[in-house]
Design a protein around this ligand. Structure first.
Ligand code: COA
Length: 165
C-alpha cells in the first residue's frame, strides 16, 4: 500500500431506534452505548477508507451536548477526516431525531484515532486522504488540531497502574 494516490472518504451513515435496554433510569441513552456505536461506525469508516484491519488507538474527549430519548432515532455519521502515515482520525456526528416531529438535536461530535495494522501485526501505511471540498477542508483542519492535541497528550508522562488489587 502506498500513500501516493489520494483517496476519498465517504460518510458511513447508520440509523436505529433508541430502545429501553440502551437507556438509563431517566429514559435517555447511556453515554457508553453511544460511544460503542461511534467506535463501531468509525472503525467501518476507517476500514472502508484503507481496506485494511484497523485498531482503535484512542478517542478524543466526547462532550454530550443533548440527550437522546428512548423511542427516538439515533443517527450516526462517520468519515475519515485526517490521515497520517499509518493512522486515521475519524469524525463522528451523532444526532437524535424525534420520528414523529422530525425535530433533530446534536448529541455529540467526536473524533476517534485508528491505526491500520499490517500482516506483521505492526502499523502499516494508509492512503492519503483526498481533500478538495469546503467540508473536507474543514474536517481536515479540525482533524489536524485533534492530532496536535493527541501528540501533546502522548508526550506527557504515561501514568502507571496502581499496585495491588
Ligand atoms: C495503537 C497502536 C497500534 C500503536 O502502536 P505503536 O507501536 O505505538 O505505533 P507507532 O508509535 O509506530 O505509531 C503508529 C501510528 O499510530 C499513532 N498513534 C500511536 N498511539 C496513538 C494514540 N494513543 N492515539 C492516536 N494515535 C496514536 C502514531 O501517531 C502513528 O501515527 P502516524 O503513522 O499516522 O504518524 C498500539 O499502541 C496498539 O496496538 N494499541 C492497542 C489497540 C487496541 O487494542 N485497541 C482496542 C482496545 S481494547
Amino acid at each position: 500500500m502506498t500513500n501516493a494516490t489520494p483517496r476519498e472518504s465517504l460518510w458511513v451513515v447508520s440509523v436505529q431506534t433508541a430502545f429501553p435496554n440502551m437507556a438509563n433510569p431517566l429514559g435517555t441513552l447511556f453515554g457508553g452505548h453511544v460511544m460503542q456505536l461511534m467506535d463501531v461506525g468509525a472503525s467501518i469508516a476507517a476500514q472502508r477508507f484503507c481496506r485494511q484491519p484497523v485498531v482503535t488507538a484512542s478517542t478524543e474527549p466526547i462532550d454530550f451536548r443533548n440527550p437522546i430519548h428512548v423511542g427516538e432515532i439515533i443517527e450516526l455519521k462517520c468519515r475519515v477526516a485526517w490521515t497520517g502515515r499509518t493512522s486515521m482520525i475519524v469524525r463522528c456526528e451523532v444526532h437524535g431525531e424525534n420520528p414523529l416531529t422530525g425535530e433533530r438535536r446534536l448529541c455529540t461530535i467526536g473524533h476517534l484515532n485508528f491505526v491500520a495494522i499490517g500482516p506483521d501485526g505492526r502499523p502499516t501505511p494508509v492512503p492519503a486522504l483526498s481533500v478538495s471540498t469546503e467540508m473536507e477542508r474543514h474536517h481536515w483542519e479540525t482533524g489536524a488540531r485533534v492530532r496536535e492535541d493527541s501528540e501533546r497528550r502522548r508526550d506527557r508522562k504515561v501514568d502507571e497502574p496502581t499496585a495491588g488489587n
